[in-house]
Design a protein around this ligand. Structure first.
Ligand code: G3H
Ligand code: 13P
Ligand code: ZN
Length: 307
């Protein structure tokens, strides 16, 4: 059942669990997300970046989600625009049938971020669509970072309170030390959980963790075994994900783990038989591997058995 992001996340906020927001760029990835949700009995958010929308075509992205949500009518699903960069981009997604959008103006000064978010919220809410915004910059924090450097990068709880009150945004992504991709931490993983708790206390809305891929050992191993290189890669440990959910995170963005798991299988098949050119021989094990990763993650986040 295709519903809004708020409908999924307000329940998670009240009950204290996280819902995976999984990125897709094609049928195989989207299909795997629904299969995993069905196996784990979990609500899901499926999200497409502007780049993914350009790749698939917005009508194809929305159409595939409609078909799969009809195939699995019991699964609560929201279709979300990931990192929308402009009002127009959010409007296009809303008009095409997305039920949730992110306006990412976090790299702009606070007041510009606030004004643009407010504009998107007004339009989105008039169409019954939910909105996510972001405060702070997504980047790792080192052990030896100074308090002032940390304050310059991570979310400011005072600003968060004012931002949420003024914009009426539905959920907020606080920068607390995660970053996108496979190389999140130079030294030991480190997130600012105290800051997260303070933001939750001051805003009392669902919060979003970007850059939440974990790169579990078996996923890294499969990629390496297939001949891939992931030197220096580090994800967010499962314990940190659990701690973040305790601190108020309800939407957990995952893309990198799925990409790594998928491509490891594609490369494995290619290595095993260089005469193979049946696409299904590559994509079937790739989908199975991604399903395994997601079912496990739904257990960690606490969304399994929440339908
Ligand atoms: O946060 C970004 C997502 O991982 C999507 O990335 O812009 O390469 O599609 P993309
Ligand atoms: P990862 O790169 O950690 O998977 O994060 C994805 C993300 O935040 C999408 O918005
Ligand atoms: Zn992100």
């Amino acid at each position: 059942m295709l519903i809004t992001g708020s409908e999924i996340l307000l329940k998670a906020h009240k009950e204290g669990y996280g819902v995976g927001a999984f990125n897709f760029v094609n049928f195989e990835m989207l299909n795997a997300i629904f299969i995993a949700a069905n196996q784990a009995n979990s609500p899901i958010i499926v999200q497409a970046s502007e780049g993914a929308i350009k790749y698939m075509g917005i009508d194809m992205a929305v159409g595939m989600v409609h078909i799969l949500s009809k195939r699995y009518p019991h699964i609560p699903v929201a279709l979300h625009l990931d990192h929308g960069t402009s009002f127009q981009s959010c409007k296009n997604a809303i008009d095409a049938g997305f039920t949730s959008v992110m306006i990412d103006a976090s790299h702009h000064p606070f007041n510009e971020n606030l004004a643009l978010t407010q504009e998107v919220v007004e339009y989105a809410h008039s169409k019954g669509v939910s909105v996510e915004a972001e405060l702070g910059r997504l980047m790792g924090i080192e052990d030896n970072i100074s308090v002032s450097e940390k304050d310059a990068v991570l979310i400011n709880p005072d600003e968060a309170e004012e931002f949420v009150k003024t914009t009426k945004v539905d959920y907020l992504a606080p920068a607390i030390g995660t970053s996108h991709g496979a190389f999140k931490f130079k030294g030991e993983p480190k997130l600012d959980f105290e800051r997260l708790q303070e933001v939750k206390r001051r805003t009392n809305i669902p919060l979003v963790l970007h850059g939440a891929s974990a790169i579990p050992e078996y996923v890294r191993e499969a990629f390496l075994a297939s001949g891939g290189d992931l030197k220096g890669s580090k994800g967010v440990p499962f314990d940190f994900l659990k701690e973040a959910i305790k601190g108020g995170i309800n939407k957990v963005n995952i893309d990198t783990d799925l990409r790594i798991a998928f491509i490891a299988q594609v490369r494995k098949v290619a290595n095993a038989d260089n005469t193979q050119f049946d696409l299904r021989k590559f994509f079937t094990p790739a989908m199975e591997s991604v399903v395994q990763v997601m079912v496990e993650r739904m257990g960690i986040l606490g969304s399994a058995q929440k339908i």
